[in-house]
Design a protein around this ligand. Sequence first.
Ligand code: ADQ
Length: 476
Amino acid sequence: MSRLIVISNRVNPPVEEGGGAVGGLAMALAAALREYSGVWFGWSGQTAEGYTGQIAIQRVGGVTVATVDLDEQDRQEYYNGYANKTLWPLFHYRIDLTAYERSFDEGYARVNRRFAETVRPLIEPDDFVWVHDYHLIPLARELRKLGMKNRIGFFLHIPWPARRLLTTLPKHRELVEALFAYDLVGFQTEDSLTAFEDYVVKEAGGAVGAEGAAEAFGLRTRIGAFPIGLDADHFARAAQSPEGRAQFARMQESLAGRQMMVGVDRLDYSKGLEERFLAYEQFLIDNPDEREKVFLLQIATPSRDEVEAYQDIRARLDAVAGRINGAFATVDWVPIRYVNRTYRRDELAGIYRAARIGLVTPLRDGMNLVAKEYVAAQDPDDPGVLILSKFAGAAAQLPEALVVNPFSREDVSEAIRKGLAMSREERISRWTPLMHNVMTQDVAAWRDDFVAALRATERPAAPDPVNDQTPIASAS
Ligand code: ADQ
């Protein structure tokens, strides 16, 4: 039976099934790898002097993990540079923060080449390969150059940007062309898929077919939307676990009769944290009688702190939270509890369950798993209210949330007021379909759909009757 080779920038398998702080994605991939007795390859997170390509192989939680160290220049140009200062901001619609530097380009190409050369000997002819995220877009092309004929799929965890934005990238054509070396390219949402198709047709002069075929640069691939889900069942149970219950009880006690709103995010400018704080301030201004009856618990884990834009947003959030607290706090009430640490998943589940409102207001987000976690952790008899940005991929799947425009303080402020006042009956009637979606469209369904679609593709090198019969719309 063919094995599955997963390749991502960082490798993060759970040490043990159900392990404390591990995310659902890692658990899902680890489960798939166990099923297909595969290998997970990526960067160790460490740097060494000069790239050696020496692979460290370990067995972790039943999964074979293969990692390499990068050299310092790679880390700066590829990881901090092209991945996190160029592609991340650009794909999140922040061209004001996007760095267009040639050395980043070169570092990105170099690391993808090195990854391909290093992982190549681990891959057998029957294996199929699943590459993850924006760090590794050119990887399949590099593997093809080394003669690899295996089926290779790619999944983009972040949004695909609008054509006009993407064309600000000096080598945008090269980047998109690289995607055509994959057999299957998956996006989070129909929206991203449509934006990709728009580029293919209008910018690359290619064509897209009804059956998920795309053609450009003289190459063909399959494309599709595969919305990622949560390890929902596990997460729902975590809220009821001893640790989840203990955290819930601890939160209940600290509420002192007040209602809690919760936000949980990586500390990232795409998550709309500053706008969220300002919208909450607007709510406090608009609803003076609600002050002291509610507070916001914002958990924000620092990330990518070598990148200046992340240092800036962190400093701004400290300042805004401090200012709001200074302006509104009383001797026994602080409007924003702002916490910069990481919690175990069962603790998080308990915290979500104690919150009347889950405030998930990114300015742009591929999917956003926090929205789904909030839903999964609720008490079916007394669920809370999800306030969700229309610019999170999750909004397409979770329309029963209070869907808001995170750029509008008034809009978010009104949703908070509505959420706090919402009857139990309405909360239940909104939460029920949300929970149904979260439970059925879970991470296992996502993984299985993608892997099945990848297995169903045909290598174009062989005659490809499916593709060849697909009517391809001409560029318009
Ligand atoms: P992220 O941008 O990291 O992921 P998200 O989907 O919200 O965003 O996932 C964050 C995860 O980190 C959640 O599981 C959350 O519980 C966890 N987390 C955040 N803060 C935490 C804390 N303080 N303690 C413990 N856990 C914390 C990218 C894309 C998303 C996409 C995912 C998966 O940007 O749009 O949904 O990949 O594809």
